[in-house]
Write a protein that binds this ligand. Structure first.
Ligand SMILES: Nc1ncnc2c1ncn2[C@@H]1O[C@H](COP(=O)(O)OP(=O)(O)OP(=O)(O)O)[C@@H](O)[C@H]1O
Ligand SMILES: [Mg+2]
Length: 268
């Protein structure tokens, strides 16, 4: 046996946030290993999105810590977390509706650009080569998510499933190590969901680590290497997809007996 232990890419310890009387996330600890797809599941209101908001720095925790690739995230603003390798999508899609699809992807690159403000304003120095490189990278990302033909469309005019894929392209533009996806398949039809499985698997094969919140259990079980389950802000289970779908506490709190049976047959 190799005695060396490799640190997890994301290490969450005792994360807690209290909103007035409600403890929305209650002493939650879990680790996401590099190169894996990790699921975060649980009933509505369990605290999944709030966990993402804590990890990405949108809200401060009451207590607890998060370390990404050896960098303590505590107290860092969101943009510094992006620089440390974190990116996310939102349950309620957030994008610039009036901008084109391509421009939306380019907004995701800001954390990577080196040009100074005077260089950007005068369009000189490092600005020009960076703008050319950013456009090229945007084309690559749009091709990757299958939106090349829509590059010049107004983002707000895209069908819902396409907007979800645009959000992923924008999130990838900052070249993250870890991508948090909050219900990426919500509102997608079965064909789009199937395509999304392929897309996320390709990202995994490319070495990206994913932390995934999703209610579509077939989707979750087919993608995830490991799953953490929340209920009323607390972690109630963690394990492989098989362990999770057979866990009585998870069946009781979330899956229900019928869904657990169907997942066993591979047809949830
Ligand atoms: N900013 C806030 N202020 C007060 N309460 C909040 C805030 N954000 C979330 N909550 C509450 O915290 C709890 C957890 O919400 P959260 O959105 O994290 O759930 P979720 O697991 O993502 O659920 P869903 O599957 O429905 O998206 C809920 O009771 C919610 O109402
Ligand atoms: Mg949510």
């Amino acid at each position: 046996m190799n005695q060396m232990t490799i640190a997890p890419l994301l290490d969450i310890q005792d994360l807690t946030v209290r909103f007035r009387g409600l403890v929305a996330v209650d002493h939650v600890s879990f680790q996401v290993e590099a190169g894996t797809v990790h699921g975060l599941i649980g009933p509505n209101g369990a605290g999944k999105t709030t966990c993402f908001n804590l990890i990405s720095g949108l809200i401060p925790p009451t207590s607890g810590s998060a370390v990404l690739a050896g960098v303590a995230l505590d107290g860092l603003p969101s943009w510094k977390r992006t620089r440390a390798g974190l990116s996310r999508t939102f349950q309620n899609i957030r994008m610039f509706q009036e901008m084109t699809v391509r421009e939306n992807v380019m907004t995701g690159m800001q954390a990577r650009l080196q040009a100074s403000v005077p260089e950007i304003l005068s369009r000189t120095g490092r600005f020009r080569p960076e703008e050319v490189a950013a456009k090229t990278r945007a084309e690559e990302l749009l091709e990757f998510v299958g939106l090349t033909a829509s590059a010049d469309r107004r983002a707000g005019d895209l069908p819902y499933g396409d907007q979800r894929r645009l959000e992923i392209a924008r999130a990838l533009a900052s070249e993250p190590k870890l991508l948090l996806l909050d219900e990426p398949a919500a509102g997608m039809n079965p064909a789009e969901t199937q395509d999304l499985v392929g897309l996320l698997n390709r990202l995994k094969q490319g070495g990206l680590t994913l932390l995934l919140v999703e209610h579509d259990m077939h989707f979750v079980m087919s993608l995830c290497d490991r799953i953490t389950v929340l209920n009323f802000g607390r972690k109630i289970a963690e394990g492989s997809p098989r362990e999770i779908r057979e866990n009585p506490a998870v069946i009781e709190a979330y899956l229900g007996a019928k869904t657990a049976e169907r997942l066993k047959d591979g047809a949830a």
